[in-house]
Ligand binder design. Sequence first.
Ligand code: SAH
Ligand code: SF4
Ligand code: F3S
Length: 446
Amino acid sequence: MPASNTDLHDTNKYYILTYGCQMNVRDSEIIAGLLEGMGYIAADAPENAGIILFNTCSVRHSAENKVYGKLGEIMVLKRKNPETLIAFGGCMAQLPQVREKLKKSGVDVVFGTHNIHELPHLIATARAGKQPVYQVWEREGMMVEPMPSQRRSGLSAYVNIMYGCNNFCSYCIVPYTRGRERSRHPQDIVKELEEIASQGYQEVTLLGQNVNSYGHGLEKDVDFADLLEMASAVEGIERIRFTTSHPKDMSDKLINAVAVLPKVCEHIHVPLQAGSNEVLRRMNRHYTREHYLELTHKIRQHIPGVAITSDLIVGFPGETEEDFLDTLDMVKKVRFEAAFTFMYSPRSGTRAAGWEEQLGLEEKKERLQRLNQVQYQIATEINQSMQDSIKEVLVEGPSKTNPVKLTARTRTNQIVIFSGPKDLIGQLINVRITEARTFSLFGEVV
Ligand code: SAH
Ligand code: SF4
Ligand code: F3S
């Protein structure tokens, strides 16, 4: 067996293709940990791997399409090396209609989001039996603690604090693919934080679909603000981030915790989704535009320099031009530092997918374009107002777009690109912002 992770096909190497959100990125680290526990080593490209795994996302049609496209490509590789094992997991695998399609695809192992820990057994069974193994749990089981994991970056780590979602927003597939909400025990989370701190990680992002409802169902009376305090006490962790917040569950206690705990970064991702009360009601979001305005006003008042970011959907079934203008109006009022914007995509099995008043693609595209225009203008203005200011950044590594430069992140999660020696990587330093664009800032070391 070759000791190093270089070229050439090798049955003992694995390659993971990860799609979707941070939860999947984290799950892929766990999958990598499980595979390395079995003796596999990471391949640098799928064509060199003896086992190729898909960790998929079904949040929008486009996400699923990307996966199907890649699966076609990977199957060409399998034809060249028939002993290559293809495993398919993640959110798509939870959906019966996807599993039905996969039956004709030649995939060897199908596993779901709830039984990742079974993967070694499933792989061994598929290898031994030389026939496909489909094992997906319809429902979440007990949380398995701890899980092995092979984290990728050496600096910034994702840590799950809860799994699943109980909100059932009418457009969203996630509650169907990730099951009901359950929180990890705070002591398990703190133990994991201590572990990553001892490995040199300085930054952590605490992950959950709705972190504001952390703690429900635990014997101990502990909420997310308490958890932030416990995380802050872990020595070596210098920055704490979290995502995602739900506007209906964001408490004053949490806003205060972000304001007073120095390690907790001033960035709150709190998706608005839509600006019209009627659309919000039909989305099952349980808040109004007035509530959201009041909330974000409070956040800005209590947390100086905070960045508020959002997710926005255009073209929800029945969205009128007037509803859409309400979204634009909210974007102008709140002035998000950044926002992810999406065209509504009907997801089979969700409530809104069955509604009659679906909008056409052209109309959705046109609204998305208008929304992006407004949002990008605001982001550019906000970035320009940072010109000449001095920001503390964590230096992450060489810039992806210009590898002779370094890339770093502000506490508000903005990327700053600047020149400097490589030994700055991993350090918290101050930079002066010299140039501002819509999606990134440029700076110099001070
Ligand atoms: N739990 C998080 C994120 C869920 S998925 C939250 O509640 O905010 C990330 C984003 O994808 C959502 O915030 C939403 O804006 C978007 N999204 C989810 N379902 C979608 C759909 N069917 N069509 C378009 N966008 C969708
Ligand atoms: Fe989906 Fe809503 Fe749950 Fe977020 S809160 S994961 S948008 S159902
Ligand atoms: Fe996609 Fe599943 Fe995340 S549907 S967005 S990978 S929870």
